[in-house]
Design a protein around this ligand. Structure first.
Ligand code: FAD
Length: 385
């Protein structure tokens, strides 16, 4: 079945990058469709920033009560009702999904189609059996926890940040693999809820050593054990998980949480069919294309974008290429448009923009936290402005 409705732009994803693109497209008088194969809102809302900060805030309150230095003004930090806490977190997510995503999409008048999106050729996207065509596509499909190729990992029922924040039974102890931002916030969150936590890995590897040292001091003072060694194997033991390190240590805990990075969601997008090839140079997901037809043409009335398909990151000191949507990049700096309110007036100006369009653009999350901006914008046509 082919779509009868024509869209100027089809965006795959409904996370922060996709929402920003949808809003921007409408602001420029374009028609745009967003496609989502899961729930509306992407990582930040559903399994990232929002739930983690909500649970961190709750755990911080408990920790403050438990470490109250004023015995004359007693506080208590009794057992945690984890099912209630998880339900409260979910209530917030659901409310924000409605207020900050669905209402924003409605106000800007762009629809959301649900179903898995996969290119069948360079002009066509299959969404749940429907063939959608458009003069431009944006791949904003985000990322998923990357699981390390560690001996024994396939035998261990491990948690990720996603599943950890859905559990309803508080483990007695937790070993966290990876001490990047996700591993650190998960460690602190569960520790402050009363779990005995050990982190394995180089501490805050993306930060300046001075900052990492201060952070590490905060964590160890807070009762978290830090093992700055490389995990070499994991094993399932009765009621527990054991992690072995290259320094010869063995750490045993009730649960294992893997926070060793994230990988781009590009493996089931039909990129080959679209003549696209993902690359991960400089930890960015960018698109290279071998199909000239996919690199330049825009909608009627606009100049075709150049044919260049260079995707290498800009050299230090040079400016990053702007995508047609990049001037609203700040909306994605929190990884979600949660601070964005619906427009006060009609969003779509009558005349279309004369800016050139990029044929296929990838907007994805890079390493977290990124060195410049959380929303990683790459274009197949760097000269397009
Ligand atoms: C635990 C955690 C905490 C975080 N905390 C913060 C924070 O505090 N601050 C911050 O700035 N960032 C934070 N981040 C990072 C932030 O969540 C991401 O940078 C941001 O969500 C990326 O947005 P995105 O739009 O690129 O992708 P996503 O939000 O991941 O959206 C991609 C969407 O595409 C959909 N999709 C994928 N493939 C298809 C397909 N084939 N068809 C249809 N739909 C598809 C997915 O279902 C998803 O909804 C955190 C991340 C995690 C994991």
């Amino acid at each position: 079945m082919t779509n009868e409705q024509r869209w100027d732009l089809i965006v795959i994803g409904t996370g922060g990058a996709a929402m920003a693109a949808g809003i921007e497209a409408r602001d420029r008088g374009r028609t745009v469709l967003l496609v989502e194969h899961d729930v509306l809102g992407g990582t930040c809302l559903n399994v990232g920033c929002v739930p983690s900060k909500r649970l961190l805030a709750a755990s911080g309150h408990r920790h403050a009560a438990a470490t109250n230095p004023f015995p004359a003004a007693p506080t208590s930090a009794a057992g945690v009702d984890l099912p209630a806490l998880i339900a409260q977190k979910q209530d917030l997510i659901d409310a924000l999904r409605e207020a900050k995503y669905q209402a924003v999409a409605d106000a800007h008048d762009f629809p959301i189609r649900y179903g898995h999106a996969r290119f069948t050729d360079e002009n066509t996207l299959d969404v749940a059996g429907e063939q959608l065509t458009a003069p431009a596509f944006l791949v904003a499909t985000g990322s998923t926890p990357a699981i390390p190729d560690l001996p024994g990992i396939e035998t261990v029922p491990f948690l990720t940040s996603t599943t950890a924040m859905q559990q309803t039974e508080l483990p007695e102890s937790l070993v966290v693999l990876g001490a990047g931002p996700v591993g650190l916030e998960q460690s602190q969150l569960w520790s402050q809820l009363g779990v005995r936590v050990t982190i394995v890995g180089r501490f805050a590897p993306h930060n300046e050593p001075e900052l990492a040292a201060v952070l590490k001091d905060v964590f160890t003072t807070g009762g978290i054990t830090v093992v700055e060694q490389h995990a070499t194997a994991v094993a399932d033991t009765p009621g527990a998980v054991t992690v072995t390190t290259d320094g010869g240590q063995t750490i045993t805990a009730q649960r294992l949480l893997v926070a060793t990075g994230r990988r781009p969601n590009t493996n089931d997008l039909g990129l080959d069919a679209a003549g696209l090839r993902p690359t991960t140079a400089d930890s960015w997901l960018s698109m290279t294309t071998s199909a000239p037809a996919t690199s330049g043409s825009g909608p009627p009335g606009t100049s075709p974008a150049p044919r260049s398909t260079s995707t290498s990151p800009p050299r230090p000191g040079t400016s990053r290429p702007r995508t047609p949507w990049a001037n609203r990049r700040q909306w994605t700096t929190a990884g979600c448009p949660a601070s964005r309110s619906p427009p006060r007036s009609s969003p779509a100006p009558a005349s279309p923009s004369s800016r050139p369009w990029t044929r296929v653009t990838a907007a994805t999350a890079g390493p977290f936290p990124p060195t410049t901006s959380p929303a990683r914008w790459r274009t197949t046509t760097p000269a397009a402005r």
